[in-house]
Write a protein that binds this ligand. Structure first.
Ligand code: NAD
Length: 386
């Protein structure tokens, strides 16, 4: 991909957003190794991805805490290395100057707000002389929206907008703005985003690629490796119970049972598909403010072997969520820029590797997803060279 690429984060001042901005600045300053960046993997070295140095970051948010202040908080929490905010002060301030006020449903007439968000994106592209812009939602998880006839087709959505209604959940309003402004879109959260027939139609009409949903960074990542193992060895999983303890802004949002329902729904979807049979797989999330950005997942898997002998596997995962998520956000920015440069439109199922609830795919097994990603990237490379 030649030229300059814009990466626009919805929720840019959150933990994941700030870590992505600070991480990109640090890697440009030679302060960060490529650890955690899938697009820097040896297997991707022939893929013509945009250079990290060609990426310009901006975003929408509704909090007034600046990126620099948030980066300092993340240093205090042990997520970012001490000294990084000072060493990357210019880049953080430059990104901060590109942050625009976000959208909440109380803002009134939804259609004009969507047009305003789209204008922000066009202005970003124009001012920074960008060839491609990718929008990624890393804002707070929203509840599952109520069904609405305006979700079912673009014509119905446009009619509802014309009547002054606000039929879209916030994440979908951002997706609509992205498509209208000629940008790719990815939802790193379990929110609705582009997953409505009306928006699928809009993306196709505008010829824009999109991906989602809900970044796969911890417990579900392990499930997508371990569940296929049980299946391949013909061991029967009887139950798979997961408990997650997390703090931070994400934990505070998920303390709300309605937002939590989006997350737990997204987390359980794949297990049955990977095991090939229904399984009791409850997932529980608790908000423990003291844990900050660190997440502990404890999974208890009960299974049986030959002659019905009962056995148990338990694992404990202690991850720093933002450090796991931020490089994947940069990866998605680079890969969707490649999709844009190739003229790919619609859901990009090959990016399912990154998500708990992959769009346009029932494949949840990590190894198969990795192979699908590499195949897609190689084909994209051929498309670029042709
Ligand atoms: N960290 C991970 O490993 C991981 C994995 C999968 C998904 N996610 C998802 O990523 C998202 C971000 O996580 P986080 O830890 O950075 O959360 P966070 O609470 O620190 O950040 C969320 C940001 O979104 C902003 N925001 C809220 N409403 C907004 C709106 N209407 N418009 C624009 N901005 C808005 C908030 O002000 C905040 O800055 C969450 O939805 C989380 O579920 C994270």
């Amino acid at each position: 991909v030649s030229g300059r690429v814009g990466l626009w984060l919805v929720g840019v001042r959150g933990s994941v957003g700030t870590t992505a901005v600070a991480g990109l600045a640090a890697s440009r300053a030679g302060m960060a190794a490529a650890t955690g960046l899938v697009t820097e993997h040896q297997a991707m070295q022939d893929v013509p991805l945009p250079e990290l140095s060609s990426i310009v970051m901006g975003g929408h948010d509704i909090t007034t805490t600046s990126l620099t202040k948030r980066a300092e908080q993340l240093v205090a929490a042990g997520v970012l290395p001490a000294g990084l905010p000072l060493a990357c002060a210019d880049e953080l301030e430059a990104a901060e100057s590109r942050v625009r006020h976000g959208y909440v449903t109380e803002d009134g007439d939804q259609y004009s707000q969507v047009l305003r968000l789209a204008d922000d994106l066009r202005e970003f592209a124009r001012q920074e002389q960008l060839d491609h812009v990718v929008v990624i939602n890393v804002s707070s998880t929203e509840p599952i929206p109520a069904a609405n006839a305006a979700h079912e087709s673009l014509a119905a959505l446009q009619d509802a907008w014309a009547r002054g209604e606000a039929p879209l959940p916030v994440s979908s309003a951002y997706a609509a703005a992205a498509f209208l402004a000629g940008c790719a879109f990815a939802d790193f959260t379990p929110s609705t985003g582009a997953r409505l027939p009306a928006l699928v139609e809009l993306a196709n009409r505008q010829g824009m690629p999109w991906a989602g949903s809900d970044g796969k960074t911890g417990e579900t990542l392990l499930k997508s490796v371990l569940a296929p193992m049980f299946d391949m060895r013909a061991l029967r999983v009887r139950s798979w119970a997961g408990t997650n303890l997390l703090g931070g802004g994400d934990g505070a949002t998920l303390a709300d049972p309605e937002a939590c329902a989006s997350k737990t729904t997204s987390k359980v979807r794949g297990l049955q598909a990977m095991l090939g049979h229904p399984v009791d797989g409850p997932v529980h999330i608790d908000y423990i403010p003291d844990l900050g950005d660190w997440k502990t997942a404890w999974d208890h898997i009960s299974f049986e072997g030959f002659l019905g002998t009962r056995m148990t596997l338990q694992f404990t995962w202690q991850g720093c969520d933002s450090s796991l998520a931020a490089p994947l956000v940069l990866d998605l920015g680079r890969l969707l820029a490649l999709a844009l440069s190739r003229g790919v439109a619609g859901p990009v199922s090959a990016l399912g590797f990154f998500f708990k609830d992959p769009v346009a795919s029932d494949e949840h097994r990590l190894v198969q997803q990795w192979q699908a990603l590499l195949t897609w990237a190689a084909e994209s490379a051929d498309g670029e060279r042709a």
